[in-house]
Design a protein around this ligand. Sequence first.
Ligand code: COA
Length: 180
Amino acid sequence: MSLALETNRLILRRFRGSDLEAMIALHQDPAVMKYLGPLMTPEQTNDFLYNVVTVFDEQGWGLFCVELKETSACLGFVGLNRPTFEASFTPCVEIGWRLASSHWGHGLATEAATEVLLYAHEMLGMDEIVAMTTKENLASQRVMEKIGLVRDPQGDFMHPNLQPDDPLAPHLLFRTQPRN
Ligand SMILES: CC(C)(COP(=O)(O)OP(=O)(O)OC[C@H]1O[C@@H](n2cnc3c(N)ncnc32)[C@H](O)[C@@H]1OP(=O)(O)O)[C@@H](O)C(=O)NCCC(=O)NCCS
């Protein structure tokens, strides 16, 4: 699968084996994992990437590796995913992101997500896309707003994969606005 998207500063492409080191470092950064759960071991990241590539090859879309054009570094991912848990808003396709903390605050998540959202609508013919995050993750919510998603308070939910008393359990739901 050679699909790649391009933005001003980024290439969004299928993950490859040489990205593993950068992804292991990403998943061992406490700042990155603050709202996502425990740090991931190298083995867990290896399994994670294997799954990402398998799904991407099977369905032709998924989580894109975010590569910075200037250095060719793998910064993390932005992409599309079908949640496997059940909630009031599933089945659905969500957009999500996870980038190296050394590159936060420069609009890179917004730049990549804008392109992926356009791709979902225009090339994959997807209508509604959702995004979700734990209540405290304000940076992620800001990215959702900046790419034009709108919070749906009726979609607030306790993440079913987390214990109800886990501080990360309360989640907010954002949706793309209806398109004409
Ligand atoms: C969420 C994440 C991808 C954002 O990446 P990024 O490249 O820094 O995002 P952008 O620069 O495009 O936009 C971030 C916005 O959040 C804002 N922001 C950052 N921290 C914030 C905070 N604590 N409170 C409020 N807003 C915040 C920034 O100011 C910016 O908004 P602005 O352009 O209006 O100033 C990055 O922080 C990340 O990878 N976090 C760890 C993984 C994660 O939590 N993923 C989301 C899971 S749902």
